[in-house]
Design a protein around this ligand. Structure first.
Ligand SMILES: [Zn+2]
Ligand SMILES: [Zn+2]
Length: 239
C-alpha cells in the first residue's frame, strides 16, 4: 500500500524535531507524495512553538516543491479535553490534529480518563484527526473512541513511528494498532497512516505498518490518505 499524503510531520519548530518545511516538502516530492500536513506540537510542549507561530503559517505558500501543504498543528489534549491553542488560532489552520502527550499539562492516569478527554477532543469541531490513539502509554477504550470518531467523522491515525525501533521511543503495539484498524473498519471511522516524521528522511515512511495492513486486511479504500484528493475533499467537507 502506498500513501499520497502524510498528515503528521514535525519541523524544527516543535523543539525536538530537526527539519525545515522546505526539507520536508522536498522529501515528500522525492517520495511521490502529493500532500503533507505540517503538524508541529502545540505551545504546551516543552520547547514547542509560541502560539504566534501558528498565527503566521499563512507565510508558507500552499504549494512548496510541488507538494500541497496543509498548515496545521498537533495540539496537546489537556486535562479538560481542551487543546493548548485558542479557538481564534485553531480557526485559521487548514488541519488540526490532537493527541495526548506526556511532559505537558496532562496528569490523567486511567484508561477511562484518557478515553474521556479523547472523546471530548473528537467532539471539538476544530479537530480533524486524533494522533496515535493506539499509544501504549495512554491506553484508550478503543471501541468507545472509534465509535465517537465514526459519529463525528474525525480521522484516527495509524501511527507508523510508534511501531519503529525502540531507539525512537516505541510507544505502540501491533496488537493495539490492529485492533484499532479492525474497529475502524467495523464502525466506519476514517483512518490515515502517517509517519509522524521528526526528520525529513522519515516523511511518508509507513514501512512498519506492513504487518498491520496484512493482519487487519486493510485495502486502499480503508485508508483516507492513500488518495490526496480524498484528503482534500474530506477537509473541505469538515470546514
Ligand atoms: Zn504526538
Ligand atoms: Zn507527532
Amino acid at each position: 500500500m502506498k500513501i499520497e499524503a502524510d498528515l503528521h510531520t514535525h519541523t524544527v519548530a516543535s523543539g525536538h524535531a530537526y527539519s525545515s518545511v522546505g526539507e520536508i516538502a522536498k522529501s515528500a516530492r522525492d517520495k511521490g507524495l502529493k500532500l503533507i500536513a505540517i503538524t508541529d506540537h502545540g505551545p504546551g510542549m516543552p520547547g514547542g512553538p509560541h502560539e504566534y507561530y501558528f498565527g503566521n503559517l499563512k507565510a508558507i505558500p500552499d504549494v512548496v516543491h510541488g507538494v500541497r501543504i496543509l498548515k496545521g498543528i498537533e495540539a496537546n489534549i489537556l486535562n479538560t479535553g481542551e487543546l493548548d491553542l485558542s479557538v481564534e488560532r485553531l480557526e485559521e489552520l487548514d488541519f488540526v490534529a490532537a493527541g495526548i502527550h506526556g511532559d505537558v499539562d496532562y496528569n490523567k492516569k486511567s484508561r477511562l480518563e484518557h478515553t474521556e478527554v479523547t472523546i471530548t477532543a473528537i467532539k471539538n469541531p476544530y479537530v480533524d484527526m486524533i494522533t496515535h490513539p493506539a499509544n501504549l502509554y495512554f491506553p484508550l477504550d478503543l471501541e468507545a473512541v472509534v465509535q465517537a470518531a465514526a459519529e463525528y467523522q474525525v480521522i484516527l491515525e495509524v501511527n507508523a513511528s510508534s511501531l519503529e525501533e525502540p531507539r525512537l521511543g516505541k510507544r505502540g503495539s501491533y496488537e493495539l494498532t490492529i485492533q484499532l484498524c479492525r474497529l475502524a473498519k467495523k464502525y466506519g471511522a476514517p483512518l490515515s497512516m502517517n509517519s509522524d516524521a521528526h526528520f525529513f528522511t522519515q516523511v511518508g515512511n509507513i514501512k512498519s505498518l506492513k504487518p498491520v495492513i496484512e493482519q487487519a486486511e486493510l485495502t486502499e479504500e480503508d485508508i483516507l490518505n492513500t488518495d490526496a484528493r480524498k484528503v482534500e475533499s474530506f477537509i473541505l467537507n469538515r470546514k
